[in-house]
Design a protein around this ligand. Structure first.
Ligand SMILES: Cc1cc2nc3c(=O)[nH]c(=O)nc-3n(C[C@H](O)[C@H](O)[C@H](O)COP(=O)(O)OP(=O)(O)OC[C@H]3O[C@@H](n4cnc5c(N)ncnc54)[C@H](O)[C@@H]3O)c2cc1C
Length: 295
């Protein structure tokens, strides 16, 4: 049924082994394209009724325990080249943000170092408009190259995309294949001191190294989600093996063999308690894939 490709297919893939939080059911097929042309060929020749969805490092995504009926496209395995000149960095979408930052520093370039230790890909970072309080990836984005689900290649300039807080607003069904960012010369010691500072801050305030998805909810205007969660008495909530993190209440962690359903139930409970306490309805930052009901 599926076209012959140069990359790799993994059939009946257990997504708990691919996902960052270690949960999720079986996906019919995961496709790792070899390069852009391989992806175009796949999209032009796949069965038209086969749903296809592109994910990055799944560091912001929960896959349903029922899995995904269709194809998940992942670019991390082969599409991760990074190139530079004095004024820009161009990275394929499957490269990890941290690899791009490390290569920029090696080349004395300042670009997106303030996103150090965010465990996403370039594609995921642009799609989510990844950011920290004083910086978002959209601040340095010049343009993206993408492919439509029908296999048509084109590019979009930053000014053509309405990027917002934690949402790249990338038109539905587009796969980002690479992104180009502004860069400027900066000495290595100055760059290293920025990332050292960030590392110290993250180590003391986030459960790094644990199975988590980062911030579960967006900060509502004028509020901090973690504070609303604490004030609603949710600091010690746990459902199954999914629990609210002691270090950062907006992070949920898999403390054992949690299921996606554990996380979903915990998310629903937090939303209910926060609403009852503050009248504020929290909106998820994380993405759900497959059949999941979060209301
Ligand atoms: C410990 C920890 C700390 C974190 N800290 C932060 C933080 O400070 N700031 C922040 O913003 N986030 C943070 N995150 C969340 C997450 O890492 C980011 O949102 C990251 O950008 C997601 O990238 P990903 O590749 O894992 O995307 P995924 O989770 O795989 O996908 C996220 C979304 O992007 C889409 N997508 C991915 N790749 C592509 C592509 N090539 N083309 C089109 N769409 C695509 C997917 O369809 C999905 O909708 C943190 C997560 C963890 C675990």
């Amino acid at each position: 049924m599926l076209p012959k490709i140069r990359g790799e297919y993994v059939f009946n893939c257990k997504m708990e082994s691919v996902s960052f939080i270690g949960t999720g059911g079986v996906c019919d097929v995961v496709f790792y394209p070899k390069d852009e042309e391989d992806l175009v060929h796949f999209l032009q020749n796949k069965p038209p009724d086969l749903p296809a969805l592109c994910l990055g490092n799944l560091s912001n995504t929960i896959i349903s325990d029922g899995g995904f009926r269709g194809c998940i496209i992942i670019l991390t395995r082969f599409m991760n080249d990074i190139e530079f000149n004095e004024n820009y960095v161009r990275s394929e979408a499957g490269a990890m943000l941290n690899s791009v930052i490390a290569k920029c520093i090696e080349n004395e370039l300042s670009c997106c170092e303030r996103l150090f230790l965010i465990p996403g890909t370039i594609g995921g970072a642009v799609a989510m408009n990844a950011g920290v309080p004083d910086f978002e990836i959209s601040d340095v984005l010049i343009e993206i190259s993408c492919i439509s689900h029908k296999g048509q290649k084109f590019s979009l300039k930053r000014s053509e995309i309405d990027m917002q807080y934690r949402s790249g607003n990338i038109p539905e069904n587009l796969i980002i294949t690479s992104a180009t960012f502004e860069a400027s010369r900066r000495a290595v010691p100055a760059l290293n001191s920025i990332i050292d500072e960030i590392a110290k801050k993250r180590i003391s305030s986030q459960p790094l190294g644990q199975r988590t998805l980062g911030s579960t909810f967006k900060n509502p205007p004028g509020h901090k989600a973690w504070q609303l969660i604490r004030e609603a008495g949710c600091s010690n909530l746990k459902i199954g093996q999914a629990s609210v993190c002691n270090l950062h209440a907006n992070f949920l962690t898999n403390t054992g063999d949690a299921t996606s359903e554990d996380f979903i139930r915990l998310i629903r409970l937090i939303k209910k308690k926060v609403f009852e306490k503050s009248g504020i309805y929290l909106e998820e930052e994380i993405i759900f894939v497959g059949e999941i009901e979060t209301k």
